[in-house]
Structures are given as C-alpha cells and as structure tokens.
Design a binder for this molecule. Sequence first.
Ligand code: PLP
Length: 470
Amino acid sequence: MKYISTRGDQSERHFCEILLEGLAPDGGLYLPTHYPKVDAATLARWRSLGYAQLAFEILSLYIDDIPAADLKALVEKTYTKATYGTEAIVPVRRLEDGLFIQALSNGPTLAFKDMAMQLLGNLFEYQLARRGEELNILGATSGDTGSAAEYAMRGKRGVRVFMLSPQGRMSPFQQAQMFSLQDPNIHNIAIEGVFDDCQDIVKAVSNDLAFKRQHKIGTVNSINWARLLAQVVYYFAGYFQVTKTNAEQVSFAVPSGNFGNVCAGHVARMMGLPIAQLVVATNENDVLDEFFRTGRYRVRSSAETHETSSPSMDISKASNFERFVFDLLGRDGARVADLFGAALARDGGFQLTPEETARIAGFGFVSGKSTHADRLATIRSTWADHQDMIDTHTADGLKVAREHLQPGVPMIVLETALPAKFAATIEEALGRAPLRPAALEGIEALPKRFTTMPVDAARVKAYIEQHCAA
Ligand SMILES: *Cc1c(COP(=O)(O)O)cnc(C)c1O
C-alpha cells in the first residue's frame, strides 16, 4: 500500500515514510491510493478474532514496510486488558432496543484518543529505533490531546514530550492526570497565559526551521494517518458485537470535532463494512453539521468559536475533513487544492455545487447538533432511565443518534470520554459527582511534576535545548 496527498501531488510514499509526518509537502493530507475491499469470507473470518488480532489484520492491509511479526507484536503490546480494562477492549452495551453505546474511553486517560495514541507511541518507538533517530514532541493542550499523548509516549525510548498548557485553566482532574507523571521523558510546561498563547509558542518554535531541524521537533496532531488507521479497527469490532451475520447493517453516531473519529468510520465503510449511516454529531460549533446539511463549508473565526460543555469538540475548522472531500469529489486533487487552498484563504470557506452536495448521501453521512441544554437533558434521562452515566460528548452523540434511528438498523453511539473528566457538567445535570474508575481515586493529591514559564517562546526553546541534550 502506498500513500498520496489530497492536493494532487502524486508521489507515492510508504506507511513508515509518513508515520512521523504531519501534512504532505503540498499542504494536503495523506490517504492510501485505494481502500482495500474486505470480502464476505474475510469479514466472516474476522468476526471471531480478538481485538489485537483484528487490529493486526486491518493494519496489515495498509502497512507493508513493517515485518508482520513486528507489527503483530506491536498491536499485541498495545491492545491489552491491562490497559483497557476488558478483554473486548471496546465493549458495546445495549441502552434500549436498537440503540447501543460502544466504550472507546477505557484507556489510561478515559477518552477515545487513547485508542490510537497508545498504538502511535509503540509505532514511534519502533520506527525511531530502526532509524536510529530521536523525536521531541512539542504540543499545546487544554486537556484531552495532551494527556493522551503523554500517556502514549511515557517511558518510550527515543521520544520526549514537551507539553504546554495554560496555567490554572485545566480542570483539577485533567491537570493531575498530566502533572502526576514522573517519567523523565515527559515535560509539563505550565504557561502563564491562555491556550492560544500556548499554541502561538508552538507555532513560533516550529516556524524556526533551523531550531526545528536541529532539535528534531515533531507533533502528534489528529491529521496523522496512523492515528486514523488505528481508529478504523473499532468500527469493525463494534459491528461484530451488535450483529450476528454480515447481512446486517448498523449505523454509528460519532461526537465530532476535527473529523478524525468519523473519518475512520468512512474508511471502514469504503472497505465494505456494512454501515448504513455515519451520523456526525456536533455541539454549538456546528461547522460540520452545516456542511452535511448544505454542502457549504465555512471556517469560523475564534470569536465565533463557542466554549461549550463538550470542549473537545470546540473547533473552528475540522482538520481531517479534507480527506472526505477528496473522496467525495472523486479524488480530484486539483479541485481539493483549490477549495482548501485558494478558496479557503480568499473566502474563508467554499460551497459545493448542488450535484456534488447530492453525492454526500451516497457516502452514508447525515448530521445534527446539540446545545448545552440538550446535553444536560440527555445525561439526566440516560441516568434516570438506564442508570447509565455518560459524559457530555457522548450525550451529544446520543441526542443526535435518536434523530436518525431507522427501523431494523441498530445504532451504535461511540462513547468518546468518561464522565469523570467533566465533573462540573455532571454536577450540573445530576446534582452529584461523576463516577470515577477506582484506579484514579485521589489522583489530585499525587505529587506533581511541572515547570512554570511566562508567555515567551525563547524561554521554551531554551528549556527544550537544555533537556534534549543526550
Ligand atoms: C477529540 C474528541 C472528540 C472529537 O473527535 P474528532 O476526531 O476530533 O472528531 C470528541 N470527544 C472527545 C471526548 C474527544 O476527546
């Protein structure tokens, strides 16, 4: 399998060549040259596999430059009961007839990003060792992504993480998750500013190309193809848990922000997994809902980006979305380059033609959105009716899922985080503290390891320089 850019550059690359990369050189995103089709016999064979074995089978279709035995060892080391709490790794539970919740958030940071990031940590360590290289991951976080990256990279050889976060602005739980890590390769830097200040520092450091090259600075953002690929596996695993034969179809409802999660569902569907609908659920930041209803993509300004009770979906543009548009437009790289390059820069967005917009339905996509009040009501009713406590992101997915139920087609809502991460909204909805996994009781009292710094890129550079000397 080879990979090409969504913006027309046809030079083909192997998986390991793009593993540590972000954007393609022409500014596009990487996609496989084609989606391998899974026939009925293969699907039937996969039905009985454990999660790691299934992951190995799917990843093998996309990775041909890691020896099979090595890849097998990497996935077996990643998807364990010890890390995810159950043999099923992504267990599906029935909420009511035809409506299910698939738990993707039983990993170390209680959010679905662990599903991909844990594999990425092992892949990075493996590939860096093969190349005799090191990598310094620099990132900014307001919570979720940073902790998932740190838990994936902790203790990994050849990798250091420098994670900037706005001082005093994360929840005590999220701060404790990150700052209690004692691994010497994890560096928490609390910046005396807001999240945007942290992001500006990351940009400033990354724009210093000499510094970036000399210090092997990289990122782990959501456009990384390996992350998306890892997520494809749980769509298959969810399908097998809810159906008995391959003649059945299911739908998935996906709380969406940067379109990484549901894009993996799109890939699974393109491979032939019998998915009826992919339900894109957004919060008040509805750039994706608007697109799927109208064919109009309009990037929001930061002033128009709402701070909501489902903060991991508070986005102004959806960074993985270009991948779907590439497929929707028949893989016309020149057209995608124009839409996401010139048109976006000139008009802040684009409008597809009516004929193009009509094609969306053929890819199974539908959408909807929730408000804060909707999420509170959904958390309340799910608790009252089912004694099932869900977080604000999953509540968004469940609310929108109900609007798209079809007779005879089971709907699986992806649970993207546990309620323990969003205590304030759970208190507001239920008048009680969220349930918390036993292993994380008292985490706020653990010793913290972090450094505080003013909003000053030069100070951050000096710190990196000092700590990446071998
Ligand atoms: C990141 C995240 C999302 C959004 O996922 P995308 O892949 O960006 O669409 C939804 N819910 C939670 C809890 C997240 O952490």
